[in-house]
Write a protein that binds this ligand. Sequence first.
Ligand SMILES: Cc1cc2nc3c(=O)[nH]c(=O)nc-3n(C[C@H](O)[C@H](O)[C@H](O)COP(=O)(O)O)c2cc1C
Length: 187
Amino acid sequence: MNQRIVVGISGASGAAIGVRIVELLAERGAEVHLVITPAAERTLREEIAPDAQTKVEALAHRVHNHADIGASIASGSFPTAGMIVAPCSMRTLAAIAQSLADNLLARAADVHLKERRPLVLIARETPLHLGHLRQMTAATEMGAIIMPPAPAFYLRPASVADIIDQMARRAIDLLRTFPPAATPWTG
Ligand SMILES: Cc1cc2nc3c(=O)[nH]c(=O)nc-3n(C[C@H](O)[C@H](O)[C@H](O)COP(=O)(O)O)c2cc1C
């Protein structure tokens, strides 16, 4: 089974969700291709730690520069099992929904849509205006899965780390590439 996964981290709040996804994928032996936008470099620094970017990049099989629109993941001929954008800013959401492909993250997402491969967008903003909702609708109509970073309160998380971990596992499960990893509700 192809376990090559693209992870994009854009500049919405919740950089820790993207980091946790990369950690979990690396634990599973996935071949992670990572692309981080300049805005996400800032959120990684401000929300986690000055060395957060270096640490997450060290877990990836390959780190791609956001401006390198000629990278392997920019082509549909490069097989992958899917892509997760975590977190997905409203700017990146709109770029994907409008097929702008104006940086490597948006281009790789566009490739996943055109190749009909799973694309999960952890779209993060609150509250949402009609423009945000319309971009979510457009992305959904093209096949993307919008997964807002909403906590599973029913699992009674004990910490922020618990909440982030469950979100990361749910996003990975949506790729249907690995055995389910999120904690299920058992009734
Ligand atoms: C600390 C911080 C938190 C932010 N949170 C959000 C957010 O939750 N959602 C969002 O859409 N943009 C957020 N932004 C703004 C984006 O970073 C900004 O729109 C940027 O242009 C996104 O670029 P990108 O999509 O290329 O990463 C935040 C910015 C900073 C510095």
